[in-house]
Design a protein around this ligand. Structure first.
Ligand code: SIN
Ligand code: FE2
Length: 218
């Protein structure tokens, strides 16, 4: 297939106050990022977490970094250990940290130091329902979210669940950064359409970088 953007420089699209899409920003590092995902999953495997309400999430997840996002029967939490292995989550690969730093700077967040990276794996038909990222104690830090593999439709709304949604196609190498006035905006991913990506086959991966601790220990 002819890809008119294959050689294009990354470009930026404003999304909302404090939020931008950095198109193809991660493309030149995609192979290294996918290798990092393999390394992380070799230590802490992908799993389907169960929400406090007893619902098994369709998206498979794992984490890397000092803290990892997980569920238990009381709610959502960030913890230093993987509940499956009983060991610390694997360290954040250097290529993850560098990409996240560069993307945050590009979007206007100069001093973002993530201590948590949630890795999401979407199979065909899986979705992530509309939600806010609000389990982090310091909401001054932005969210940096990297898309790899099959394209997906990202929904981005406002502070209220029923605010109007924008629907944006996120493709391999796109990075979304949101913070400031849009830090708590609702967002989600529509069910993944079938496809075959040359590097990820029938999957989409997403890396979501966050500051999940107080920021004092990095
Ligand atoms: C998320 O909201 O945690 C993930 C969003 C995405 O997969 O792009
Ligand atoms: Fe989210």
């Amino acid at each position: 297939m002819l890809d008119l953007f294959a050689d294009a420089e990354p470009w930026q699209e404003p999304l909302a106050p404090g939020a931008a899409i950095l198109r193809r920003f991660a493309l030149s590092r995609a192979t290294a990022l996918l290798g990092g995902i393999d390394d992380v999953a070799a230590v802490s495997p992908f799993r389907h977490m169960v929400t406090p309400g007893g619902y098994t999430m369709s998206v498979a997840m794992t984490n890397c970094g000092r803290l990892g996002w997980a569920t238990n029967d009381r709610g959502y939490l960030y913890a230093p250990n993987d509940p499956i292995t009983g060991q610390p989550w694997p360290p954040m690969p250097d290529v993850f940290r560098a990409l996240c730093h560069d993307a945050a700077v590009e979007a206007g967040y100069a001093d973002f130091t993530p201590d948590a990276c949630l890795v999401n794996r979407y199979a065909v038909g899986t979705k992530l329902s509309l939600h806010q990222d609000k389990d982090e104690p310091d909401l001054r830090a932005p969210i940096v979210s990297v898309s790899l593999g099959l394209p997906a439709i990202f929904q981005f709304g406002g502070l209220r669940r029923n605010d109007p949604l924008r629907r944006l196609m996120l493709e391999h190498g796109d990075v979304v950064v949101w913070g400031g006035a849009s830090r708590l905006f609702y967002h989600g991913i529509q069910p993944l359409k079938p496809g075959a990506h040359p590097q990820t086959g029938a999957f989409r991966f997403n890396l979501t970088f966050r500051q999940a601790g107080s920021g004092e220990q990095k």
